[in-house]
Design a protein around this ligand. Structure first.
Ligand code: AHR
Length: 497
């Protein structure tokens, strides 16, 4: 029995009439593209209360239920999202991180200063074993970001050997001495982070050489195991960075190429996370929707050097970034999460799904208590944000066959500017269920969308919707369920006349 499931993310609904939109969904008999589940990845940096207080509360904590110091409530919530991969330990922090500081007896680990994020003392109590064991608990693949800015090739080679080598070697012996006999088999490796900025203020030419050097030794012995070496890519629209790296780095040395893009309109004045105006919302959505153009333009440069699309575009930092919550440490990047963030998530995931031939991995920044988090914690309390619910509604697309959905959308207009109100993406999963996800970013206008479905008939139809009265609505520790998905009864099947 064929079934159609819809997930809808709506800015708000005025019930005074609907704007009309149309869409066409092609259902090929032999779909040729899978939406990689790794598009639904996450990111956890040693930043603010992401690791300490967010994921990890310490082995001795009797107030917050935990497994080896990792919060049980956070693990359960993330498992419900089927998170496919988790990037760690940064971010900017990665290029100051020396992994050997985070192994062995905790009381003997050196402390360092977290210079990028608040200048706080980092005691290294959460290190390589803690992170990789946590990934096993979460059932997710680890993605380690190596230190190129202040580290060395030897340091990176040692880290790979420490976590991945099965036989006897100085590093694997040390791992065993520290209590882990089996290697973890870490496949995803970032070579530095933002080398054009916090990762060393390098030129693309200089970084390309450094990348080749690190990637050569990173790959040694692990290529047949499927190691994925990810070069640090540009900020948003720095197309020259992509041109230089794609030209200088042979395809045999690179499996992934990163892109970072935040939906920020003005870095000097990022605006509040909850009390924003419609004008500010429109600006955020314009920047979020730019992701489509960025993927197309960086993708076109990649196509010149890699026409078979062997190298994955890895958008390993994306999301909204606002002023921190009043009264919190400016270096901790703690912000609330409203329906605006749900809109960023819905539209961005539609873009990723629709470019899944090149975009094969992505990481929302960041998982817990930092930037566009899916989870917020306050001591023993935990809440799920609107972004969490979007990730949960869209998880149906993980590893499903992509279906081309084209939408002719009404415009969402503010002042003299327009954005398409409705975006969408679709897939067919391995049980034969077709999923359509639609996002309406217009807070003033409900939308009706008629989708012409080509070549197949459906017997059942069901849906869920995430919406709220105001864009500025959010969940709080006192009212954690203000925004949550509800069943949607408004979808109808209509035979072709
Ligand atoms: O996600 C916060 C920071 O944003 C990361 O550390 C850095 O890579 C980016 O600039």
């Amino acid at each position: 029995m064929k079934k159609l499931l819809a997930s809808l993310v709506l800015a708000a609904c005025t019930l005074s009439g609907y704007a009309q939109n149309t869409g066409d969904l092609k259902v090929p008999t032999k779909p040729d593209r899978v939406i990689s589940r790794h598009i639904y990845g996450h990111f956890a940096e040693h930043l603010g209360r992401s690791i300490y207080g967010g994921f990890y509360v310490g082995e001795g904590n009797t107030k917050i239920p935990n497994t080896n110091g990792v919060r049980n409530d956070v693990v359960e919530a993330l498992k419900r999202l089927n998170i496919p991969n988790l990037r760690w330990p940064g971010g900017c922090f990665a290029d100051t991180y020396h992994w050997m500081h985070g192994i062995g007896a905790k009381e003997e680990r050196p402390t360092i200063v977290n210079a990028w994020w608040g200048g706080v003392t980092e005691d290294n109590s959460f290190g390589t074993h803690d992170f990789l064991n946590m990934c096993e608990l979460l059932g997710t693949k680890p993605y380690l970001a190596g230190n190129v800015g202040s580290g060395s090739v030897q340091e990176l080679m040692d880290w790979v050997q420490y976590v991945n080598f099965d036989g006897k070697s100085p590093m694997s012996n040390l791992r065993r001495k520290n209590g882990r006999s089996e290697p973890w088999e870490v496949l995803y490796w970032g070579v530095g982070n933002e080398p054009w900025g916090c990762g060393g203020n390098m030129t693309p030419e200089y970084y390309a050489d450094l990348y080749k050097q690190h990637a050569t030794y990173l790959g040694k012995g692990y290529l047949d195991k499927g190691i994925v070496r990810i070069a640090s890519g540009p900020a948003s629209d720095d197309y020259n960075w992509t041109e230089v790296l794609m030209k200088k780095i042979p395809l045999s040395l690179m499996e992934g190429y990163a892109l970072h893009h935040y939906a920020v309109t003005d870095w000097e004045n990022k605006g509040p996370s909850t009390t924003f105006s419609e004008q500010q919302y429109f600006g955020t959505m314009k920047r979020a929707l730019l992701m489509d153009e960025l993927i197309q333009k960086h993708g076109a440069i990649m196509d010149k050097y890699d026409p078979e699309k062997k190298v994955a575009l890895v958008v390993d930092e994306w999301g909204g970034w606002y002023e921190v919550e009043p009264g919190t440490n400016p270096g901790f990047l703690y912000q609330q999460n409203t329906m605006r963030d749900a809109m960023i998530a819905g539209t961005t995931l539609n873009i990723f799904n629709n470019h899944s031939d090149r975009v094969r991995m992505a990481n929302l920044a960041q998982t817990v208590n930092v930037l566009q988090a899916v989870i917020l914690t306050d001591e023993e309390k935990m809440i799920l944000t609107p972004t969490y619910h979007v990730m949960e509604m869209y998880k149906v697309h993980q590893d499903a066959n992509w279906l081309p959905l084209t939408i002719k959308s009404e415009a969402y207009t503010v002042g003299n500017e327009n954005l398409p109100a409705v975006s969408g993406s679709a897939s067919k999963d391995k049980n034969g269920l077709t999923h359509i996800s639609l996002t309406n970013i217009d807070p003033n206008q409900a939308q009706e969308i008629t989708i012409n479905i080509d070549g197949t008939k459906y017997k059942n139809l069901s849906g869920r919707v995430l919406t709220s009265k105001k864009l500025q609505d959010y969940n709080t520790f006192d009212k954690p369920n203000t925004i949550k998905p509800e069943n949607f009864k408004g979808a109808k099947r209509r035979a072709t006349p």
